[in-house]
Design a protein around this ligand. Structure first.
Ligand code: 3PG
Length: 203
């Protein structure tokens, strides 16, 4: 199954910043146990890079987020990530990712950026920051002019507004940091996390 199909099956990508390898491995186990074997780990803390070294992915679909420069792409490739997510669009990043045969999902929030991204060869885009950039109405407008573009809306998306995004034809999955609180996870406060993942299954 290709990555887009898997993402559309999983519906949501939990976004977390994990600073210890042990936590990352435990999180993978937890996500698999809860039938959501996908996660985006953001490069938002200098400790993340070390945590990503020699991770055992074992059937986890791993995305690396907050990709802003070429060395972030190298970090994602070294971590054997399946895809990388960037908050924005940049020809240098697109060309580098392509040269490495690495799936980069660039961030866009205007029609011009969608056109640019398509011209760089991207078909799967992050719509960011979704809720503050026009939300579902903007995605509907994009669909009528760019039916070839598919989106992962991210930014302000939670379990209450997720369904309306997932119902759109041009949405593959959503990204959200509201699904998993890494602090709760580390402290083994799993009640809310379990509840969130149960709610997601019913969406
Ligand atoms: C990201 O990391 O892509 C976004 O900051 C996530 O947005 P959220 O925290 O509103 O889900």
């Amino acid at each position: 199954m290709d990555i887009i199909k898997k993402l559309s099956l999983y519906k949501a990508i939990p976004i977390v910043t994990v600073t210890e390898q042990k936590t990352a491995q435990e999180l993978f186990k937890y996500l698999k146990k809860n039938s959501l074997p996908v996660v985006e780990i953001t490069l938002r803390d200098s400790r993340v890079k070390k945590a990503l070294k020699n991770l055992d992915l074992d059937n986890i679909l791993l995305g690396i987020g907050t990709i802003k420069n070429l060395s972030d792409i190298d970090t994602a490739i070294d971590a054997k990530a399946n895809f990388g997510v960037s908050p924005g669009l940049n020809i240098e990043l697109s060309e580098y990712a392509e040269s490495k045969n690495f799936l980069l999902i660039p961030g866009v929030d205007t029609a011009s950026e969608v056109m640019q991204a398509l011209s760089y060869g991207h078909k799967l885009l992050k719509f960011f920051p979704a809720e503050y950039s026009g939300g579902i109405e903007k995605l509907k407008a994009f669909n009528s002019v760019f039916p070839e573009a598919k989106f992962i809306p991210t930014g302000g998306i939670n379990l209450s507004n997720m369904k309306s995004y997932l119902e759109l034809d041009n949405v593959v999955a959503v990204g959200s940091s509201a699904l998993i609180s890494i602090n709760d996870f580390k402290e083994n406060n799993l009640d809310l996390l379990n509840k969130n993942l149960e709610t997601l299954k019913k969406i």
